[in-house]
Design a protein around this ligand. Structure first.
Ligand code: PLP
Length: 412
C-alpha cells in the first residue's frame, strides 16, 4: 500500500509520546536523526545550568557538596538509570567516560576468573571497547587474549576457556541487537562472566539486566539519554558481585571511608567501589534533566514508536528510492535491531553531507554507512516522511555530487 504524507500526520496526531517533543529544544525546521550520537537538549537544561552555576557554585560554593547533594549525585542518577535498564537500587553508579569503565569492569571481571585467559569481543564493535581491553591485556602481561567473533559467531566462540564475554548490546554501525539473555546464559553455562555495553540501548529500548542475569554493564548518557556532550557514563554491577569484584582504579571515592583519609586503600563493599574520584558536577547536574524526562515516559511506548518509525523509514526507502545504490544493513526483524537504520552506499559520505545541508541530520561511519537514529521522544512520524522526500530529491538532482559535500571534517 502506498503511503502519503497525510498518513504520517495522522500517526503524529494519535501518538501518545508526541507531547514530549515540546520538552526538547530543536531548531525550527530541523529534522534530527542523530540522537544516537548526541541527544537533543532538553529545554529545562538551560535553567538547571544557570542554577548549578549561579547558585550552587557561585553562591553556595563548597557547601553545595552537601547542601545540593553533589557528592551523592552519582548514586542518585545511577538509581534513576537503573529503572530503565532492569537494575535494582544500589546497582548502578555514574562515573567517568565509557572507555574507562570498560577498563574497570573487564579488570574486575578477569580477577574473578584467574585461571582463564580468553575475552570474547566483537571485532567490529565501536573501537574504544576493544582498544581499552587491548591496553589492559598489555598492562596485565599475563597472556590474556581477545577472541574476536562477529554477529552469528558469538555463541560458538563462548567455550569453557572463556573468562569474560564483553559485547555491545546494539551495534553502533549496523544497529543489530544481540540476544542478551541467550548469550549471558551460554556464558554462565561455560563459567564465564558477561559485560554488556549499553551505549546504544539505554533509553533506546527496554533492557532487563537482572532478568537476563547479567554480571556487569555500562553505557554512555550523551546519546539516547540526552545527558549533554561528554556527559558521564554509568556502570552496573550485579549485587552478587559487589564487595567481591574490585576494580583497580582505587581512588578515594571508592574507599570505604573517603573522608577518613586513611593511608591505605580499603574497598567499599557496594557499587561505590566502582567510582574513583571527583566528577564534573555541572555536567552531572545537566544529565539529570534528560533522565528526568525518561522517568515520566514509558519505555514500552518508546520501543513501540521506535520500531514503527524505523519500519516506516525502511518502507519508504524501499519504495521511493528504488534503483539507487542503497543497501539497508540494519536487520529488519524487530527482535534483531535497536533504534537506528543504517544504509550502506558508496557515496554515503557526500549524500549525508547534502542531507545535512538540507536540514536533515544523521551521520556517517566509514567506510560507507549512513546512520539514521530514531529517538521517539522528539522525532515525529512526519519527520520520517519529510526526510525521505528530501533524500529522494537530492538523489534525483544528483545534488550530493558537489565538491563541498566531499570535504571530510574531524568528526563525521
Ligand atoms: C559502543 C560504544 N562504546 C563506547 C563509546 C564511546 O566511549 P567514550 O564515551 O569513552 O568516548 C561509544 C561511542 O559512540 C560507543 O558507541
Amino acid at each position: 500500500m502506498t503511503l502519503t504524507r497525510d498518513d504520517f500526520i495522522a500517526l503524529d496526531k494519535r501518538d501518545p509520546l508526541a507531547p514530549f517533543a515540546e520538552e526538547f529544544d530543536i531548531p525550527e525546521g530541523l529534522i534530527y536523526f542523530d540522537g544516537n550520537s548526541l541527544g537533543a537538549m532538553p529545554k529545562a537544561a538551560m535553567a538547571r545550568a544557570k542554577d548549578v552555576i549561579e547558585q550552587e557554585w557561585g553562591t553556595d560554593l563548597i557547601k553545595s557538596w552537601n547542601k545540593a547533594g553533589w557528592f551523592t549525585l552519582v548514586e542518585k542518577l545511577g538509581n534513576k538509570v537503573a529503572k530503565l535498564i532492569g537494575a535494582d537500587e544500589g546497582e548502578v553508579i555514574y562515573a567517568d567516560a565509557t572507555g574507562l569503565n570498560v577498563y574497570k569492569l573487564v579488570s574486575a571481571a578477569l580477577e574473578q576468573r584467574p585461571d582463564r585467559k580468553i575475552i570474547v569481543m566483537e571485532g567490529s564493535n565501536f573501537p574504544t571497547d576493544n582498544y581499552m581491553v587491548q591496553g589492559l591485556i598489555r598492562q596485565l602481561g599475563r597472556g590474556h587474549e581477545i577472541r574476536f567473533a562477529e554477529d552469528g559467531e558469538i555463541m560458538d566462540a563462548i567455550r569453557d576457556d572463556v573468562a569474560v564475554v564483553c559485547l555491545t548490546h546494539v551495534h553502533y554501525k549496523t544497529g543489530h541487537l544481540h540476544d542478551m539473555t541467550a548469550i549471558t546464559r551460554k556464558a554462565h553455562n561455560v563459567g564465564a562472566l558477561t559485560i554488556w555495553d549499553l551505549c546504544h540501548s539505554a533509553g533506546a529500548l527496554p533492557v532487563d539486566l537482572n532478568g537476563s542475569n547479567v554480571d556487569f554493564a555500562l553505557g554512555c548518557t550523551y546519546k539516547y539519554l540526552n545527558g549533554g556532550p561528554g556527559s558521564q557514563s554509568f556502570m552496573f554491577v550485579a549485587k552478587r558481585h559487589q564487595g567481591i569484584a574490585v576494580q583497580p582504579l582505587t581512588g578515594w571515592w571508592g574507599h570505604d571511608k573517603p573522608f577518613g583519609f586513611e593511608r591505605d586503600y580499603r574497598p567499599r563493599k557496594d557499587i561505590w567501589q566502582f567510582s574513583t574520584g571527583t566528577q564534573p558536577i555541572v555536567s552531572l547536574a545537566l544529565s539529570e534533566v534528560g533522565l528526568d524526562i525518561f522517568m515520566r515516559a514509558n519505555m514500552d511506548e518508546i520501543r513501540k514508536k521506535s520500531l514503527k518509525l524505523c519500519d516506516l523509514f525502511i518502507e519508504l526507502i524501499d519504495e521511493r528510492l528504488k534503483g539507487y545504490d542503497f543497501k539497508i544493513v540494519t536487520p529488519r526483524e524487530h527482535s534483531r535491531r535497536g533504534s537506528q537504520v543504517s544504509i550502506a552506499s558508496k557515496n554515503g559520505f557526500a549524500i549525508m553531507q547534502a542531507l545535512i545541508a538540507d536540514n536533515v541530520i544523521g551521520d556517517f561511519r566509514a567506510p560507507d554507512i549512513m546512520r539514521f537514529g530514531f529517538t521517539p521522544l522528539y522525532v515525529s512520524y512526519v519527520n520520517v516522511w519529510d526526510a525521505v522526500e528530501k533524500l529522494k530529491i537530492i538523489m534525483e538532482e544528483g545534488r550530493w555530487d558537489r565538491p563541498e559535500f566531499k570535504q571530510v571534517g574531524a568528526v563525521t
